[in-house]
Write a protein that binds this ligand. Structure first.
Ligand code: ADP
Length: 164
């Protein structure tokens, strides 16, 4: 059985992330989606919240398990028996980042490989960091996130969803 690991900050989960989960879950027997505990970026949601939002968003996909991790992603992959790390690509700049990271990860753990899935064209512009900026200013993010997430984001910024 091939287990794949899709790690990320997921702050919060977007329709782009769910698109990658859906694509990867079709290709691997088991997909572990892992919320990174301590990314080096400012977070809107804590780990419990990001984990719960992701669980709600992926509940309909049977071979997906949502969990969380800290430390090196390749070490976590080894710990759970995942031979593949999944990432999503929107653009050339995503590719550049993943390319560098993949070679570093291979140096650290030669047995774990990277598989990248291209996002749907509809989601190329969807970015968790940008949509938080938009929501903060009262813009409409409802098409960029799963239904449970928009309310959670607006609540963080003190905006009732019906006012947006
Ligand atoms: P990171 O893990 O780098 O902190 P994210 O949590 O935002 O960043 O993203 C996790 C993974 O999902 C990364 O591989 C990223 O490229 C990918 N991703 C982000 N947004 C999208 C999108 N709209 N479509 C497809 N993949 C995406």
């Amino acid at each position: 059985m091939v287990t794949a690991l899709y790690p990320g900050s997921f702050d919060p989960v977007t329709v782009g992330h769910v698109d990658i989960v859906t694509r990867a879950a079709k290709q691997f027997e088991k997909l572990v989606v892992a919320v990174y505990d301590t990314p080096s970026k400012d977070l809107l949601f804590d780990t419990d919240e990001r984990d719960q939002l992701m669980k709600d968003a992926c509940r309909h996909i049977p071979n997906v398990e949502v969990t969380r991790f800290s430390g090196l992603v390749v070490r976590y992959a080894k710990d759970i028996g995942a031979g593949v790390i999944v990432r999503g690509l929107r653009s050339g700049s995503d590719f550049e980042y993943e390319f560098d990271m993949a070679f570093m990860n291979r140096r650290l753990e030669p047995d774990v490989d990277l598989v990248c899935f291209m996002t749907s064209q509809d989601y190329m512009f969807v970015s968790a960091s940008l949509l938080k900026e938009v929501a903060k200013l009262g813009g409409d993010i409802t098409e960029m996130v799963p239904p449970n997430v928009a309310q959670a984001v607006y609540t963080k910024f003190g905006l009732p969803v019906e006012e947006v």
